[in-house]
Write a protein that binds this ligand. Structure first.
Ligand SMILES: Cc1cc2nc3c(=O)[nH]c(=O)nc-3n(C[C@H](O)[C@H](O)[C@H](O)COP(=O)(O)O)c2cc1C
Length: 385
């Protein structure tokens, strides 16, 4: 399985992603990567800061003439406003910051991080805790999606709830619907709900408040058997939950109809096994969301992630200055009103990473051709079922 590391602070010179263990021969396009990074900036309710954060990409290793070499892929995303505005404050050289941030913001990593890392400057913590880091994970996600594409697997997301607005039950979108989803200001496939979501965000903005919501991540055409029941850390649903919970502000994960399943009886909660039209085995329902026993059951995967409302609110939350011990209000800087549409794009990346890692663990190979051949052989074998 490939592994990866990311490094870099929100206002540092840049972010770095290093991915080790990808097969050789996979296609790579800087333009396609830029497009994926731009998708992370989509959505109504963004802070003006997102306009400032342009992603300037430089490939440092692992790619030659548009193909992976099998060596570690390293990509730097430069922070275009670092040199002008942040080089002094974020300097790696000896010295002291001009302004320390001594008031931790509730709902952020600030206070626990200040205690743990023994600092009275919240910036030492918030710079890395910031969701800007997800730009580096989007680089890894782009590579993962590329690998999955060779196996005919697509991963995308759409917004199903913002604030009190909820998309009514209906058909799950298909990969071809992604252009329409991305064109929606709230990345919602249901136009009537999308309009209500926009109004909800505008109302929160007017009230000086913020909103959370729920995104659904869908992967299509999975082979049966990604992940495994044999050990806790190989279970696909567990790995997906871990990956999604690692995204900033995600506080709940649901596989398939997870919470609704818990509220119904056993005879109604499961996907019965039937003889399908093609003569093989099939399912008529999709309650489990495409996993059983820690393995994909073949076909579509459906996972939901709940994002809490942004903690940086104009109605300032109470906090305490750690230098003086005096009660005060949390620091406010330009911030999103609702980042749910963008969080969906980030959730796609982390789901794609888990699926691509599990596909690689299952089918192996040092070249993408070897991986494709092993995958085809396996698909051929399981047609018996
Ligand atoms: C795409 C995305 C954008 C975010 N934008 C903001 C933001 O503008 N302002 C903010 O306060 N938090 C934002 N967050 C959430 C914080 O990064 C997160 O709540 C904080 O780091 C604390 O981590 P935790 O909520 O996971 O405990 C964003 C999260 C994501 C996924």
């Amino acid at each position: 399985m490939f592994t990866y590391l990311t490094a870099g602070e929100s206002h540092g010179p840049g972010l770095v992603a290093v991915v080790e263990g990808l097969p050789a021969g996979m296609g790579f396009s800087v333009d396609d990567l830029r497009h994926e990074l731009a998708r992370r900036r989509l959505g109504y309710g963004r802070s003006p800061r997102m306009g400032i954060e342009k992603d300037e990409v430089e490939v440092i290793g692992g790619i030659r003439h548009g193909r992976t070499l099998g060596s570690p892929v390293a990509v730097v995303i430069r922070n275009t406003e670092h040199d002008e505005k942040w080089s002094e404050e974020m300097s790696p050289h000896r010295g002291e910051p001009k302004r320390r941030m001594t008031t931790p913001r509730p709902g952020h990593a600030d206070l626990a991080g200040m205690v743990k890392y023994d600092t009275h400057d919240a910036r030492n913590i918030l710079e890395r805790a910031s969701a800007r880091e997800t730009a580096a994970r989007t680089v890894v996600g782009y590579l993962a999606k590329t690998l999955l594409g060779y196996l005919g697997i697509a991963v995308f997301s759409h917004v199903v709830e913002i604030g009190k607005v909820r998309v009514p039950p209906g058909p799950v979108p298909e990969p071809d619907d992604l252009t329409d989803i991305d064109a929606s200001p709230v990345r919602c496939f249901h136009p009537a709900s999308a309009a209500q979501m926009e109004a909800e965000i505008q109302a929160a903005r007017d009230a000086g408040d913020t909103l959370g919501g729920v995104v659904e991540i869908v992967a299509t055409d999975l082979p049966t058997g990604l992940g495994s029941h044999v050990h806790w850390d190989r279970k696909l649903d567990a790995r997906l939950a871990h990956a999604l919970m690692s995204v900033q502000a995600i506080k709940g994960v649901e596989i398939g109809d997870g919470f609704d399943q818990a509220r119904t009886s056993g005879s109604m909660a499961h996907d019965e096994i039937v003889v399908a039209n093609h003569g093989g085995l099939g399912r008529e329902t999709d309650r489990a969301g495409g996993t059983e026993g820690g393995m994909s059951i073949g076909g579509r995967l459906r996972v939901r992630a709940a994002m809490k409302p942004i903690a940086t609110v104009m109605k300032r939350l109470r906090s305490v200055d750690v230098d003086s011990g005096e009660p005060t209000q949390a620091f406010f800087e330009r911030s999103d009103i609702c980042a749910v549409p963008r969080a969906g794009v980030v959730c796609e990346q982390v789901v794609a990473i888990v699926l691509a890692q599990e596909a690689q663990r299952m089918f192996g190979g040092d070249t993408i051709e070897d991986l494709i051949a092993a995958h085809e052989r396996y698909r051929g074998r399981i047609t018996d079922f």
